[in-house]
Design a protein around this ligand. Structure first.
Ligand SMILES: [Zn+2]
Length: 620
């Protein structure tokens, strides 16, 4: 790709290295594209005309006869799949509800492709809901490229979900999921996922986008602005044109999508990080928006934290833009709701910025593997916020564990392997993807140790940035890093709704031994850690590995490893050759596992002589 065109040498080298490394992995290929768009806005009717020149390179081993495109705006019409789904799910997203069916026609969204050419030949383009199918006049062979021309008219829907005209805070244009975006084709085939509400998957490529917009509007978006001197609005040194049209020209290299937002009330601030990207902050001029004054310094610390703990942010800029209806990640930018207090604004920015890694760079198919996107993002966001605000309770992931376990206890959980749009409830999706996904990453430390988990995250970035890793790729990285087999952990966490619950059933202290019997109440088998504190306060830690990991995590100096606990065995007896009357026994004192019932994890014997303490169940 054209790395030298815009970016400093360091970025070019990093981009090139990552791409080559990623392509060296299974399946060894990924599709590629180069997209130029020219967009003319008509803000009077909130419509626009678009022209796209797309070069699509088929690196797959397959012959392609059609190429599908996402036409997301078509979801914002009465009776669309998004509309009907929202009116039938038991717990609809309040932002959507029945709003689509009640939109007046001038506030519907639509995209009408009225011209399609492949090379010089005109081509058939058939739209079905939110997917448009381009039939190639000549099939595209493996290794070949094709040049596609599309022209379309579009109406920006009233802002209902993520994108649209006029959000609740008055931002006029949240332009996300807004153009005919080529669907991804990978070793699983085409991903023509109708737009129901979530989530996204796209082809890696370069975007060169020119937007013709009335001069009053400021734009922020993906990519590097090529002509800041023409645009004013605080981007370059030049004045802001007072009338006419500004031609905003953005270029983004090696990204999976392009998003932007525009409003006449936007103000703009920038912070150039030392050894990092230029950060832009764009929001409406509103005196109640004081949190935005403090955001830049904190956002820079988040950028640095993620670069240190996952991998270096490779693009030259990142922009936080007020828009949309919550927070949503896009390459090199995010749209967030703007009227927030500092803690909320920092929280949403820290989350969306972390997606630059867990989606923007490690571009999982988030419809299928939402936990790799939302869960990993939530995990590192919590780690950063705990450090930034020093506010975690007994651990930074307290809320994730709590949310996930509430879902477990009330029986609402659905397997994490469920497609993001197909959960029975929005709650099961949200708590699964975000909270259980966060738990999955954090709890991994109970299996392989914190050091291997943390090193594995960096290795995952090194091996898979700029590609589309899936669950097996992540699992294999963690296996290579730890030397352990993790099939069982991921099988249970992703494909079942079994949970962890280890109970202490008895503690028997005799003259020459202390014997502890444990029961696996929850069926998810993890290694078990037992801490015993004797009557003098001396602590000893005991690690019971899982047979299926074929080994165990590294031990601390004072830890003792015992025989593995086979998952087939409901109970385990740990006998220690010393008498410890008055001792305290605790399972998982580090609170790394999402143990659904901690009331059976702790036994404190009263001080005194030899004892026998038993709980034969009933606390399941
Ligand atoms: Zn997210």
């Amino acid at each position: 790709m054209k790395f030298s065109r815009l970016y400093p040498a360091g970025f070019a080298a990093l981009l090139a290295t990552c791409t080559l490394t990623a392509l060296g992995q299974y399946p060894g290929w990924q599709q590629e594209m180069d997209c130029t768009m020219d967009i003319t806005m008509d803000v009077g009717v909130h419509q626009y005309a678009g022209v796209m020149e797309l070069t699509y390179i088929n690196h797959s081993p397959d012959v392609l006869e059609r190429i599908p495109f996402h036409l997301f705006f078509n979801a914002f019409q009465p009776e669309s799949m998004m509309d009907v789904r929202s009116r039938n799910i038991v717990d609809p997203d309040r932002r959507v509800g029945d709003r689509i069916v009640n939109l007046p026609e001038e506030e519907w969204g639509w995209i009408k492709v009225n011209e399609a050419r492949v090379g010089k030949a005109s081509a058939e383009f058939n739209t079905v809901g939110t997917i448009g199918w381009l039939t190639l006049p000549k099939a595209l062979a493996p290794g070949k490229k094709v040049r596609i021309h599309l022209a379309w008219d579009a109406q920006v829907p009233r802002q209902v979900r993520r994108s649209g005209w006029m959000n609740a805070q008055g931002v006029e244009y949240s332009m996300t999921q807004w153009y005919p975006r080529v669907c991804e084709y990978d070793h699983h085939g085409w991903h023509t996922n109708p737009y129901i509400g979530r989530e996204f998957h796209g082809v890696w490529g370069d975007y060169d986008v020119t937007i013709h917009m009335p001069a009053a509007y400021m734009i922020g978006g993906t990519g590097v602005l090529q002509n800041p001197e023409d645009c004013g609005h605080g981007y370059g040194d030049g004045p802001t044109p007072s009338e006419g049209i500004i031609d905003w020209h953005f270029v983004a290299e090696n990204v999976i999508d392009f998003a932007w937002a525009a409003d006449p009330d936007f103000v703009h601030k920038a912070l150039q990080m030392e050894d990092g990207p230029l950060l832009h902050f764009i929001h409406q001029a509103d005196t109640s928006y004081s949190a935005w004054e403090e955001l830049p310094e904190i956002a820079a610390r988040a950028m640095e934290y993620y670069s240190d703990h996952v991998g270096t942010y490779p693009w030259p800029q990142y922009t936080v833009i007020e828009g949309g209806d919550g927070g949503m990640e896009y390459p090199m930018c995010t749209l967030v709701r703007g009227n927030r207090n500092l803690r909320s604004l920092v929280g949403v920015t820290a989350h969306e910025m972390a997606h630059a890694w867990f989606q923007g760079l490690l571009a999982t198919n988030e419809s299928l593997h939402e936990w790799m996107d939302e869960g990993f993002t939530s995990w590192i966001e919590s780690e950063f916020l705990a450090e930034e605000f020093n506010e975690s309770r007994d651990q930074p992931h307290y809320w994730a564990y709590g949310g996930y376990l509430n879902l477990v206890r009330d029986g609402g959980e659905e397997p994490l392997s469920t497609h993001a749009d197909h959960y029975v409830t929005n709650r099961a999706y949200g708590t699964g993807a975000y909270s259980k996904g966060e738990v999955l990453m954090n709890q991994l430390a109970a299996v392989i140790g914190r050091e291997a988990r943390d090193a594995g995250i960096k290795r995952y970035f090194d091996e898979w940035a700029f590609s589309h890793p899936g669950p097996v790729d992540f699992k294999r990285v963690m296996e290579r890093e730890s030397g352990l087999e993790l099939d069982t952990y991921f099988q249970y966490m992703l494909n079942s709704t079994h949970h962890v619950d280890v109970a202490i059933r008895s503690v028997v202290v005799t003259e020459d031994a202390t014997t502890i019997t444990l029961e696996r109440v929850g069926l998810l088998p993890l290694p078990v850690d037992v801490r015993i504190t004797d009557a003098n306060g001396t602590v000893s830690d005991h690690h019971l590995p899982q047979v299926v990991t074929q080994g165990h995590r590294p031990l601390a100096e004072a830890e003792t490893v015992h025989a593995a606990w086979p998952w087939t065995h409901p109970t385990y007896t740990l006998t220690l050759p010393n008498s410890m009357p008055g001792c305290t026994v605790e399972v998982d004192a580090a609170r790394l596992t999402a143990d659904a019932d901690r009331s059976n994890n702790l036994v404190e014997l009263s001080s005194g002589t030899l004892q026998e303490w038993r709980n034969d169940g009933g606390d399941h």
